[in-house]
Design a protein around this ligand. Sequence first.
Ligand code: FA5
Length: 350
Amino acid sequence: MKEKLEAIRKQAEAELDGLTSPEQIESFRVAVLGKKGELTSILKMMGKLSAEERPVMGQLANDVRAFIEEKITEKSKEIKEKEMQKEIDSMPIFDVSAPSDLSRGSYHPITLVQRECENVFKSMGFAVENYSEIVTDYECFEALNIPKHHPARDMQDTYYLENGQLLKSHTSAAQNAIYKKYRDSLINDGLPIKAIFPGRCFRNEATDACHENTFFQMEGVMVDKDISISNLIYFMKTMLSEVFRKDIKVRLRPGFFPFVEPGFELDISCLICGGEGCPSCKHSGWLELCPCGMIHPEVLKAGGIDPEEYTGFAFGLGLTRLAMMKYGVKDIRDLNSGSLKSLSQFTDDE
Ligand code: FA5
């Protein structure tokens, strides 16, 4: 048996030397180490050895197996490196100093409206905050007065990770963290909380001309003593007139969201069809753009703010829909299409 094992070791080394592809390596591995491989069949004969010989041969067989496995790993690495080098050598040489025949890229329409909105709110003293796309159930729902099994969750089905976290279905998911970040300066220094937080949102829903499963919103909150609906309406009006720079028809109607009371839906007259009705506005002439309302006392409490002393407003602007209206994009899906032809129409001179 000793001779046989030595022979297998030698033969394996010689054979491996001549292999040139991952497929050949795999066939070799199966032929030598596999269930029906040469080495395995020898190991099956161990039972016939004497009690003294068995541990000696067992040790030798293990050494041979370890030796072959190591050689296989080395050879695979060598083949991989050779393949990679071949690929690199076949690449055309790219001269970074050569004049480009490619046209300049352009900003995405959503980036353009996002920046515009940010500038408007920054000029009114709002801080711009960034927030993660992966959030907890608490942040996305519970802290917003939407307990488990609340029917309002049905409106925002999203994508769940195996660890129980989820892709945020709305930018409101950042509210709790923002209140906690700024509450000390509100309570101790009397500085109002004024923040906007744009971000990508995800919903597990069917797409159409005005619905995407991945879209952008921009949340805004303001908390201080004596904040009222008038403040909310003032900021909404200012933002819309600055972004559109023309008169647009707006309507405010009651809307239900568990995290505001009272809550409103702010719609704008569809700028694609002039309010006549088209697929972009689901033939209603109006587009839901920016739900808003006075922050619910429970939500302030969850953020560590006393609702008896402070009030505030919050809004959730549909940035993707705003980009559609501003740039006349009839189908929201074009904005995620990655089609340079559609998107390059919005090149900005920035
Ligand atoms: C919300 O997401 C609330 N968090 C908004 C809010 C914030 C209310 C603060 C009150 C206070 P809603 O699901 O309606 O609400 O979405 C808000 C806006 O996001 C919509 O008006 C729309 O403009 C946009 N939106 C929602 N779903 C989609 C979608 N699937 N595709 C594109 N835009 C969408």
